[in-house]
Ligand binder design. Structure first.
Ligand code: C5P
Length: 223
């Protein structure tokens, strides 16, 4: 039947990934982390000696890596040319360079096409999919029946991200995160923006379980 799509956008550390995975588990949906795809592209560029500051070099090389995603929310995977890069895409180097790579239109064109294929596949073979990123509600799946924009204070986001990356330096994490959000929100192509028809959810004072329960309720109402 018609697959069900839940689209979630928001800045770094707003709780998108944990929320999306939790909702997918609760309702037997697939899960797609589009940020992991931009990270995989960035890792490949860095590994293959492409100057990520050179947008035309990045554009020329962008079709070379084959990026494949496993969409089981209990064990999501990301492979580049058949190599599992789950760990490699979380390094500080990739994090520091991903905004430059994701701002290149050709990169977005290729990855958005892949994301739409994955969504179509999940809708054909599963009850549906939860997709999270920066342009899911605006560009990738604007017709999704559930569209959410997750926010949280910069302090709360820095605390969460520090815990995730096991860093004690919350101030440095906060600085890196604010910088990345500024780059992602001000780029020319598909910047992180909040559409009026996306439901805003401020997760600052909420536990993960509370956020998941809220989203599941919204999803059940929209079904
Ligand atoms: O979600 P995550 O923080 O892993 O995303 C890494 C980066 O990928 C973001 O900072 C952004 O530059 C890029 N991204 C994007 N569009 C998406 C998802 C992520 O540009 N839909």
């Amino acid at each position: 039947g018609e697959g069900f799509v839940i689209a979630i956008d928001g800045p770094s550390g707003s709780g998108k990934s944990s929320t999306a995975k939790g909702v997918a588990r609760a309702r037997d949906l697939r899960y797609l982390d589009t940020g992991a795809m931009y990270r995989a592209m960035t890792w490949w560029m860095l590994t293959n000696g492409i100057d990520v500051a050179d947008a035309s070099a990045v554009a020329d090389a962008a079709a070379r890596p084959v990026i494949t995603m496993g969409t089981d929310p209990d064990a999501p995977t990301v492979h580049v040319d058949g190599v599992d890069v789950a760990r490699q895409i979380r390094t500080d180097e990739v994090t520091a360079n991903v905004s430059a790579v994701s701002a290149v239109p050709r990169v977005r064109e290729l990855l958005v096409a892949r994301q739409r294929e994955i969504i179509a596949e999940a809708c054909a073979t599963a009850p549906g999919i939860v997709v999270e990123g920066r342009d899911i509600t605006t560009v990738v799946a604007p017709d999704a029946p559930v569209k959410l924009f997750l926010t949280a204070s910069a302090e709360a986001r820095a605390q969460r991200r520090s815990r995730e990356v096991r860093s004690d330096d919350v101030a440095a994490t906060r600085e890196a995160l604010v910088r990345r959000d500024r780059l992602d929100s001000t780029r020319a192509v598909s910047p992180l923006t909040q559409t009026p028809d996306a439901t805003e959810l401020d997760t600052t004072g909420l536990s993960l379980d509370e956020v998941i329960a809220l989203v599941v309720k919204l999803a059940d109402e929209a079904r």
